[in-house]
Design a binder for this molecule. Structure first.
Ligand code: NAP
Length: 273
């Protein structure tokens, strides 16, 4: 019988996940399919009940449900509990187990480049859901200090507290001037949505230096303005699409029990931009 997977969220029609997973299923000849399913905010419980009725095999969770989905799970893995949000769910006859593959997705390109984050001073720009998964990832890698710059200061403070709770020293700086001290950090991560569809720069790049690692989790366009300017200054770049691909591959592995086909997924993803 065909096994059906989904991504739930709102908006959802722009999601690249159906293309990625359907390409992998086809490549491996699996009798599986993956759909985008819109569930508006406030309708999560009813939406999940509908998915159970069609015996959904598993699903991804995106904005605005990643945190709310936690209370509808029967079980949550360690990563998921640490972050307080889920993006991947397995349905076993109505028993829902949640995972958070954003942490893995963030770390995978860092580990592939053999970047040692232990003791490192890191600047994270942004304090939303993705930034939270990134903090959890950096805590796993034993980062030395995480500095957070966010438009809404209270959210930055709350994320800094979360980092401290995970055992990493943390402080906050003003986003308007964070770029002026960029040379203090070995690793700078943009976890805001600034740069999405060409919407400018999250921080000034003037003080980014050769050897700084700049990781922009925005994946559309591939070459954001931050990436273009950081490259001009000699920074080493990690692209948002790498995180997107890694988190999707991890979800696939959780559901299917075998590695996702990297090349098929990568070709599908990059062909979509
Ligand atoms: P979110 O929870 O809504 O957080 C959005 C963040 O962006 C907040 O820090 C917000 O600041 C900031 N922001 C939004 N507009 C801004 C502006 N005009 N100026 C300054 N800051 C602004 O979203 P999220 O889930 O964390 O996602 C953030 C971005 O990462 C999105 O673009 C998403 O597509 C991308 N993402 C990529 C991957 C990947 O795999 N590559 C994975 C997850 C997310 P305030 O707190 O002040 O509102």
């Amino acid at each position: 019988m065909t096994r059906t997977y989904a991504v739930i969220g709102d908006p959802i029609d722009h999601s690249l996940s159906p293309a990625l997973h359907n390409a992998s299923f086809a490549f491996l000849g699996l009798d599986c399919t993956y759909i985008a399913y819109r569930i508006p905010k406030g309708e999560l419980e009813a939406g999940i009940s509908d998915l159970k009725k069609i015996n959904i095999a598993g699903f991804n969770v995106t904005i605005p449900h990643k945190v709310d989905m936690m209370r509808l799970l029967d079980e949550a893995d360690e990563e998921c509990r640490a972050v307080g949000a889920t993006n991947t769910v397995v349905n076993n006859d109505g028993y829902l187990k949640g995972y958070n593959t954003d942490v893995w997705g963030f770390l995978d390109p860092v580990r592939k480049r053999k970047i040692d984050c232990s003791g490192m001073d890191v600047l994270i720009v942004g304090a939303g859901g993705a930034a939270r998964a990134i903090v959890a990832g950096l805590a796993k890698e034993k980062a030395g200090r995480i500095t957070i710059a966010n438009r809404t200061a209270e959210r930055a403070e709350s994320l800094a507290k979360f980092a401290e709770k995970l055992g990493v020293e943390s402080d906050c700086v003003d986003i308007a001037t964070a770029g002026e001290t960029a040379d203090k950090y070995k690793f700078i991560i943009n976890a805001t949505s600034v740069g999405l569809k060409g919407t400018g720069l999250p921080i000034s790049t003037r003080k980014i230096t050769k050897g700084t690692i700049v990781y922009d989790i925005v994946y559309m366009p591939v070459e954001t303005q931050l990436i273009v300017e950081a490259k001009e200054r000699g920074a080493a770049i990690i692209y948002g699409w790498e995180m997107l691909l890694a988190q999707a591959m991890k979800s696939f592995e959780i559901w299917i029990g075998r590695p996702a086909p990297y090349e098929a997924m990568k070709l599908t993803l990059l062909g979509r931009f």
